[in-house]
Design a protein around this ligand. Structure first.
Ligand code: AMP
Ligand code: GLY
Length: 417
């Protein structure tokens, strides 16, 4: 098997695939200083679909699992399948669900999926009208891929307008939408284009600072499962969001194969979609896979080969999992790289922006550096263990949130349904 990517998500995927007894060989391209302990690293330009497909053919794997969104949107899954190799990941046409928020809104409208009201703006005048239409708090999004950093949510019209104006001036489509109030949930589903298998719901922490302060990031921590969810939540999202979306994509002749990630807000009137992603979420994957007992390789292979309906029901431990991201100084801006990471090899320490120095030391090589993960019999125990593991890691510019899963442990998250 070949996993494409170099984040903690891919490290978690590699560990779970490695634990599946049907997997005899595992490679990760390009990988990082953590994946290289469980999978053979191969260099690859992940922005080049043909390079990915050529690598898959050269190493003669049975399955390619594509981690990040950029190669999917660029057509890596099409290129791999073009070589006759099974691939877990949507085609470029289907990955537009993540690659264009405007496209995702059109699919949701056609499928009757509940989401925030929105306007797609191509000029300053359209932008200004849309801001007035929805009012504060303003939600202004880059239509295209922006690594979680294209969204501004603010009560300040000047800030909202300035973000939108910069995007319009750069020729980007700007999506302005209604603000949705309520706790956020990430629900992943594995699908072969027809059968849809939901995983456990998780929650991510998008802002850089404690108390959800500061700019958006790719995600600073996560926990799973969510003790405060109303009963029937997963079935509800399955029937109102995931299945209709997969059916609509099939109906359009662009079947969705891979991982469909629904980013939801649990509003007073029920769950509504704020975004779709076309791949496993990072850092949610680290906690979701920590609880999955079913062999992962068989599941992903079944999705890639259209045989998901024959899979047995997924099995989960009844434990909880927490992951805390340790980030480099400067993130989500330009990270300070090159520092030596101490304690980067303990249990549950998943690597993201790391690389190995000439002497084998682990060096900071990106914004999110490690994703420190633990499970426990309760959410409180998992949280305590994750922070205990984090305390064994150190480098001069290390930054992390201290409040991952804290409100849930204190029972402070409530849903008014
Ligand atoms: P996205 O990249 O679309 O997931 O947006 C990043 C983050 O911005 C989300 O995780 C939310 O915290 C916030 N956000 C996006 N859309 C909305 C919305 N319509 N209402 C409230 N918050 C939002
Ligand atoms: N955790 C958010 C994302 O993967 O986009």
């Amino acid at each position: 098997m070949l996993v494409i990517g170099s984040g903690a998500r891919e490290h978690a995927l590699c560990e779970a695939l490695r634990a599946d007894p049907t997997v005899h060989g595992l490679m990760c391209a390009p990988g990082n200083a953590g994946t290289d302990t469980v999978a053979e690293s191969r260099p690859v330009d992940t922005s080049d679909p043909l390079a990915i497909a050529d690598l898959a053919a050269a190493v003669a794997v049975d399955l390619v699992v594509i981690g990040p969104e950029a190669p999917l949107v660029a057509g890596a899954a099409d290129a791999v399948r073009g070589k006759g190799i099974a691939c877990f990941g949507p085609s470029a046409a289907a990955a537009r669900l993540e690659g264009s928020k405007d496209f995702a809104k059109a699919v949701m409208a056609a499928a009757g999926v509940p989401t925030a009201e929105s306007r797609s703006c191509r000029s300053g005048a359209e932008l200004s009208d849309a801001l007035d239409l929805f009012g504060p708090p303003y939600v202004v999004k880059d239509d295209g891929l922006a690594a979680g950093k294209g969204v501004v949510v603010t009560a300040d019209r000047e800030v909202a307008s300035a973000h939108g104006e910069v995007l319009v001036a750069a020729g980007r489509v700007v999506v302005v939408e209604e603000f949705l109030a309520g706790p956020e949930v990430s629900l992943f589903a594995v699908t072969d284009g027809a059968t849809v298998l939901p995983l456990l719901p998780a929650q991510d922490f998008k802002r850089i600072g404690d108390g959800d302060i500061g700019p958006n990031t790719g995600g600073m921590g996560a926990y799973c499962p969510l003790p405060w969810l109303p009963p029937g939540f997963v079935d509800d999202v399955l029937s109102r969001v995931l299945r209709p979306t997969v059916e609509e994509m099939a109906h359009r002749g662009t079947p969705y194969i891979g991982l469909l990630y629904a980013g939801l807000v649990l509003t007073a009137t029920g769950p509504r979609v704020i975004e779709f992603n076309a791949r496993f979420g990072d850092p949610e994957t680290q906690v979701v896979l920590a609880l999955l007992e079913s062999p992962l390789a068989g599941l992903l292979y079944a999705a890639a080969t259209g045989t998901l309906a024959e899979q047995p029901p997924l099995r989960w431990t009844d434990r909880s999992a927490v992951t805390v991201v340790a980030a480099a100084e400067g993130y989500p801006g330009t990270p300070h790289v090159g520092e030596v990471v101490l304690g980067a090899t303990g249990e549950g320490i998943l690597h993201a922006g790391t690389r190995r120095g000439a002497d084998g030391q682990v060096l900071v090589a990106g914004g999110r550096v490690l994703s420190v993960t633990a499970t426990g019999p309760t959410l409180e125990a998992a949280r305590a263990e994750a922070y205990a593991r984090l305390s064994t890691v150190d480098w001069p510019g290390m930054r992390y949130r201290t409040d991952i899963a804290a409100a849930a442990v204190r029972g402070e998250i409530s849903v008014s349904l």
